[in-house]
Design a protein around this ligand. Structure first.
Ligand SMILES: C[C@@H](O)[C@H](N)C(=O)O
Ligand SMILES: C[C@@H](O)[C@H](N)C(=O)O
Lengths: 164, 164
C-alpha cells in the first residue's frame, strides 16, 4: 500500500493577508487578484470558505518580501469592493503534507490535523488538493509541526523539508 | 511560453458541508475529519480561511452520495466542539482550472476569477494549489463557467472536461 504522506515541508517566509467582510458577489475576487497581479505580486495560496449574510473573507499568502505591497493593494481595494477591513499576519508559516490521492483516502487529513492538535498547534487556515494538505500555523510552531507530521507518518530524514 | 491554464474541469456531483462558528483552537479540525474518516467518507477539498473572535468555519466538499452521512457527522460533532451550526448545499459544483506553476504566475488566478465574474457567476469558495485553482459555484452555473474559462484561456475541445 502506497504511503499516504510521502513528504512534509514548511515555508516560514510567507505572510497572510486577508480582505475581510467583502460582498459575496461576482467580481470581488477578480478585482483583488487583478490588482495584485498588476503589481507583480505572486500569490502563493488563496483561502475562501463560507459566506454569511452575503459577506465573505478572501485570504491569501504571499512571500514575506511582497507582504507590504500586498497589504497596500488589499487596502486600496477596500473602498472599491465595499469591504470592511484588511488583516495581515507576517508571523505565519505554511506546513504542507504531500502525498498521492490523499483526499480520496479518508484519514490522511485527520492524521495531519491530529499530529498538529496533539502538540497544541492551532491550524489558522487550511487548503488542500489531491496531493497536498497545507496548514497555515504560527511561524514559531512550524518546526514542531514538521516534526509531528514526520513522526506521525513515519517519514525519513529526506522527507521532512524546510523549504524556506 | 508554457500556457498558464492547460485544462478546465467541472464536477457537478459534489456537495458543500460546513461547520460554522467553531472554536479556533487545536483539535477541532482533527475531531471533525477523524469522525468523517471513521465513517468512510471521502473528503474532496477542505476550505478554512480567517478566524474572527477566536471562531472559524471549516467547510469541505464530498461526493453527492456521501452528503447525507457527512451532514450527520458534522451535526454530531457540533456539541463536542462547541460549534454553532452546520450548513449544507447540495446544489454546488467545482470548477477547476489546471495549469503549471499557476500561482507563481500573477494574473492566472485573476484571469480565472474574471472569466467567472464577467458572466455574473458568484465564486462561493476558493481553493488553490500550484497546479490547480478550484472554485465552488452554483451547480446551474457550472457549464457556463466551463465555457467562460475555456474561452478566456483559448483552450481546445479536449481541454474542457465535464468530470461528473
Ligand atoms: C467573495 C468573492 O469571492 C465573490 N464571491 C466573488 O465571486 O468574487
Ligand atoms: C478551526 C480549526 O481548524 C482549529 N483552528 C484547529 O486547529 O483545529
Amino acid at each position: 500500500v502506497k504511503p499516504a504522506v510521502t513528504a512534509v515541508a514548511i515555508n516560514r517566509h510567507i505572510a497572510k493577508v486577508g480582505l475581510v467582510g467583502v460582498p459575496d458577489a461576482p467580481g470581488v475576487a477578480a478585482l483583488l487578484f487583478s490588482r495584485l497581479s498588476q503589481r507583480g505580486i505572486n500569490v502563493d495560496l488563496v483561502f475562501q470558505a463560507l459566506s454569511h449574510d452575503h459577506l465573505n473573507d478572501i485570504a491569501f499568502t504571499v512571500e514575506d518580501k511582497d507582504a507590504a505591497a500586498a497589504e497596500e493593494v488589499a487596502r486600496a481595494c477596500l473602498p472599491d469592493v465595499n469591504g470592511r477591513d484588511v488583516v495581515v499576519d507576517r508571523s505565519v508559516a505554511k506546513v504542507s503534507a504531500v502525498g498521492s490521492g490523499m483526499l480520496g483516502r479518508p484519514g490522511v487529513a485527520a492524521g495531519v490535523f491530529q499530529a498538529l492538535a496533539g502538540a497544541g498547534i492551532n491550524i489558522q487556515m487550511i487548503g488542500t488538493s489531491e496531493v497536498k494538505i497545507s496548514c497555515i500555523v504560527a511561524r514559531d510552531k512550524a518546526e514542531h509541526a514538521l516534526r509531528r507530521i514526520h513522526q506521525a507518518f513515519l517519514l525519513d530524514e529526506g522527507q521532512a523539508v524546510i523549504e524556506d
